[in-house]
Design a protein around this ligand. Structure first.
Ligand code: ADP
Length: 735
């Protein structure tokens, strides 16, 4: 995977991480805002509910206060006025179910009361109890020290008729609160009770009315009765604008007891919720009513479910964030791509300009770039060397102040090539023998050309001058010419040397011939002397032997001269069947003296068989003598103990082999290549013709001559010659 791929992959992961983080932050923010919104709505609703209930509580008490005020203003307790007032009030306050009056009946006014009530309801009227000892039924009440008997109910509906005569003070449901009201003279609420079958819960808000014995209302000495407002609990909690309130509100009214305990009074449960969404939390708010007579505490609660949250808002926000991130990422990656592109382009530009500058610095031509105003923009090191000025004195200077291009003769060129290029907008080649004159007056011969430089729009923005200094080239050419002339001269000298040697050879042949005569004469005279001495009796024996030695030496000298003559004499070359072993023997004879003189030990490893080849024996001897002579030269600087020459002859297949090895320093690898070239010699007075002649002779007979170094020894020259088939056949026949 490439580096770019990795970065891209990492970038992708980073993007997902950032997105998850943003999504989480947005989600958390939304959840917080949602919760606050729901809580605000709930609190507003709870306040509204509280306001509504509190208003109703106040209304209840106001009605009672109004009744109290109404009755106080009367001389006597006026049932009719109370009824009329009640009729007027009831429709205004829907929470009020009925207004009742409980007449205080004591033994003193019991008869009067019964008479009064019988007059209203007939003789069957009696004071009655309800739920005495737990039986919820009507039954006549026994005479009591004080009873509070229902004597007025407004609205006076027929269903309420059994309630007339009901001694509420004897009912445990009301007794405690009524007594408290009687004791304090203050308004008091009863416990809630079921109104009638299906009528719902209600409570009675009671206000004792005091009167004097004469029955005047308003006196604080006695209680004439108690006015009771029957309040419908449901209606108390009926809210004015149900639709505007959030659904699922749960209202509970608790009663604050004297000891501070809260007793559940009545409640309105939330409608049965068929939503299956899970409950997230429950919101609750408690408010305390300020009324003394109705010491209620209102609890408003509500379950918050998942579907109460505005999930679409979350979705919208998340989508928005994703879009924002995506566009951000897109912009970022585009900018990144652009940056990478720019970096790559910069890199390419750098490489290109570096390449151009290195090339300009490396080439052996001077390059000068001129701007349109003919000032010098760039000059490479060779150009600086040409104009003979440092870069800081050249760059930015007008071209003509640094150098001028002129023909060798002032008249040769009317217009200089730079001006011509600026004028024609075309490349101009410098004519031959163009001179570059520097500001310091130095003149160099240059070649090259001037080429125009165009902008992208095709406008001429400058020119490039390529200038090659012809000075060094001329010098090199002259030197090469001189060297080759020297070589030719040397060759000529060598050739004349060869010619001289040739002449000397001719002369040597003549001298040998001349010497042969006296030598033969010496030999003859010596032999004659020996014969003459044979007749003399007292001749000393040493003379005889000395003469014999003289004969032997003279014939040896004669032999040497004969062979030398044969070697240098001009004669027709004839190839005959000769034995290589024989040739070696002849050569050894000739070279014996030299070898011994130089202290060289010769080892002859000659084949037991003859090695017949077709060749001229003299020529072949010439070859072997030359090889022996070279071996002697090679051993010249070696210590005496290390001067050996090995001559080895053998047959190898159809070839006859002759090797001449020495224990000298051997041949250098370079020399091995050119050893057989004519005139190659490492010796101070060598001619370098020996091996070349040997090669010509050997190859003339279909043979091969080669040289090699023998490791830890010296050079080995090897001659291969084809065996003579005729001889071969004879040999096979003999076997
Ligand atoms: P010359 O003997 O005149 O130099 P040759 O053609 O015989 O010319 O030999 C050419 C060269 O070959 C010699 O100068 C020498 O450097 C090298 N050479 C010939 N024989 C030997 C040898 N046995 N050992 C080392 N170098 C040799």
């Amino acid at each position: 995977m490439g580096v770019l791929e990795k970065v891209r992959k990492l970038g992708g992961r980073f993007f997902v991480l950032i997105w998850l983080l943003c999504a989480a932050v947005v989600g958390a923010q939304w959840a917080l805002a949602e919760f606050r919104r729901i809580q605000d709505v709930f609190e507003l609703a709870a306040h509204q509910v509280y306001g509504s209930v509190a208003r109703r509580v106040d209304q209840n008490e106001s009605v009672l206060s109004a009744i109290d005020a109404l009755l106080v203003s009367r001389e006597q307790f006026d049932v009719a006025a109370l009824s009329a007032f009640s009729r007027e009030m009831l429709p205004r306050y829907p929470q009020l179910y009925a207004i009742e009056f409980y007449r205080s009946v004591t033994p003193e006014n019991r008869a009067e009361f019964l008479a009064e009530m019988s007059a209203r309801f007939g003789q069957s009227f009696y004071i009655r109890d309800y739920d005495i000892a737990g039986r919820r039924d009507w039954r006549p009440a026994p005479p009591r020290a004080q009873s509070l008997v229902v004597s007025m109910i407004e609205p006076d509906i027929p269903a309420a008729s059994p309630v007339y005569g009901y001694d509420v003070l004897a009912d445990p449901l009301f007794a405690r609160d009524l007594r408290r009201a009687l004791e304090t003279g203050q308004k008091v609420s009863s416990r809630p009770f079921a109104l009638y079958e299906g009528g719902g819960l209600a409570y009675v808000l009671m206000q004792p009315l005091r009167s004097d014995r004469a029955g005047r209302v308003g006196s604080r000495h006695d209680v004439s009765g108690v006015v009771g407002l029957v309040v419908l609990c449901d209606r108390m909690l009926q809210l004015p604008s149900e639709q505007l309130l959030p659904a699922g509100l749960e209202l509970t009214v608790r009663l604050r007891e004297d000891n501070g305990r809260l007793t559940p009074f009545f409640r309105r449960a939330a409608p049965v919720d068929d939503r299956w969404w899970p409950v997230l939390t429950r919101l609750e708010m408690r408010s305390v009513m300020s009324s003394e007579a109705q010491p209620f505490v209102l609890d408003v609660a509500r379950d918050v479910r998942l579907d109460d949250l505005q999930l679409w808002q979350l979705l919208l926000r998340e989508v928005f964030v994703l879009l924002l991130l995506c566009s951000g990422w897109l912009i970022y990656s585009q900018r990144q791509a652009l940056r990478n592109e720019r970096v790559r382009a910069d890199e390419a530009l750098f490489v290109q300009s570096e390449r151009a500058s290195v090339t300009l610095n490396a080439i052996h031509d001077g390059v000068v770039i001129l701007r349109q105003d003919r000032t010098i923009e760039m000059a490479n090191p060779i150009a600086l060397r040409l104009v003979d000025m440092p870069a800081d004195e050249v760059l930015g200077q007008p071209c003509h102040e640094v150098f001028r291009l002129l023909g060798e003769l002032a008249a040769e060129l009317a217009e200089d090539p730079i001006s011509e290029c600026f004028r024609t907008h075309a490349p101009v080649e410098l004519p031959e023998r163009m001179q570059l004159t520097t500001a310091r007056g130095k003149v160099n011969f240059v070649e090259g050309g001037v080429a125009p430089l165009f902008s992208r729009e095709g406008d001429l923005i400058g020119v490039v001058c390529a200038l090659r200094d012809m000075g060094p080239l001329r010098q090199r050419t002259a030197a090469a010419l001189e060297a080759s002339e020297a070589r030719v001269k040397e060759h000529l000298e060598k050739l004349s040397h060869v010619a001289r040697l040739h002449t000397m050879g001719e002369m040597a042949s003549g001298i040998a011939h001349e010497l042969n005569q006296p030598l033969t004469a010496i030999s003859n005279y010596c032999q004659a002397s020996i014969q003459m001495l044979e007749g003399v009796e007292d001749a000393p024996p040493q003379v005889n032997s000395a003469l014999k030695l003289a004969v032997a030496q003279a014939s040896r000298a004669g032999e040497i001269i004969k062979r030398l003559r044969a070697l240098v004499s001009k004669r027709a070359i004839e190839a005959r069947l000769i034995d290589i072993n024989q040739v070696v023997g002849n050569c050894m004879f000739l070279a014996e003296y030299d070898l011994r003189e130089r202290g060289i030990e010769v080892v002859q490893l000659l084949s037991g068989y003859s090695i017949p080849v077709m060749a001229d024996s003299i020529q072949l001897e010439q070859v072997v003598l030359n090889l022996l002579s070279n071996a002697m030269d090679a051993l010249k600087d070696e210590p005496m103990m290390k001067r050996h020459v090995i001559v080895h002859t053998r047959r190898e297949g159809k070839k006859g082999i002759l090797e001449v090895r020495d224990t000298g320093r051997g041949i250098s690898p370079d020399a091995l290549e050119v050893l057989f070239h004519p005139f190659y010699s490492t010796k101070p007075h060598g001619m370098g013709l020996g091996l070349s002649i040997c090669q010509t002779i050997v190859e003339q007979y279909g043979g091969l001559i080669s040289a090699e170094n023998i490791p830890a020894s010296g050079a080995c020259f090897r001659i291969e010659l084809p065996l003579s088939l005729l001889e071969e056949r004879e040999r096979h026949a003999a076997l």
